[in-house]
Design a binder for this molecule. Sequence first.
Ligand SMILES: [Zn+2]
Length: 302
Amino acid sequence: MISKETVQLIKEKADIVQVISQYVSLQKSGSGYKGLCPFHSEKTPSFHVNPVLKFYHCFGCGASGDVIKFVQEIEHLSFRDAVMRLARQVGIDIPISTVRSDFTIYTTYLSKVHTKYISQLNKSKEATAYLKARGFTNQQIDNFELGYCPERSTIAVETAREMTLPLRKAASFGLIKQTNGKYVDRFSNRIIIPIRNDSENLVAFGARTLGYEEPKYLNSPETRYFSKGSMLFLFHTAKKVAKKLDFIVLTEGYFDALAFHRAGITNAVAILGTALTPEHVAKISSSTKNVILCFDSDDAGE
Ligand SMILES: [Zn+2]
């Protein structure tokens, strides 16, 4: 549960003009701002934002509300997820309730392992050299939160133990596996790429081998919270840009999508080693109907 006080604080701290500007080009109009309504199609602006009273109103379709309502409507999020997102943006920590949901345990576990994989990357000359050779700067490696899982790592196993998470449970979360009766990390000697869902929660990893193991690219297995058939890599950041520019770039690998983002084309996403599904298409069409396909002729995941 998020307290009323926290919700109030977020409403006060969030700059409604700045939040809405991420989706709508606003122009000054009297004491407020106006722009083309994102909720209905129009040619002359009837969508108004009042920065003093902190609400928006469209005289065309009647859409109106506060900053939380706006984020909910435009991102199709629950009230809770919209509040969580705004809290992150304005730098407010929301205490997680004492009874932690399975999903909270899942994302907490993945985040802890991720942090350790990130610090492993800094220690591995080979992994860093690989990313440099692919054109990544240190800044970009940080921004994309890339990591490294060493050979025969037990980092994810140890993290589960630290959290007193049963290893069978951790295995169902996809980061560890049993080999000869012993648990080890699923990934070995691989660059780690975080995969986030549409609410920016870490739900899986992509992993690129530094050696010669096949497959070259390996994802976390499907879990309760990670479905390759419905997820698109980087969609959480690409969707609003795609909506604004009215097109999306669809690639078939993380590094392809990351290359676009590094070049400033942030409306690029990637499928995760599967064919394009109707769920993918539905997801994309919530942002735009225009898709630029960037697929090469290699095997899936190359
Ligand atoms: Zn409207």
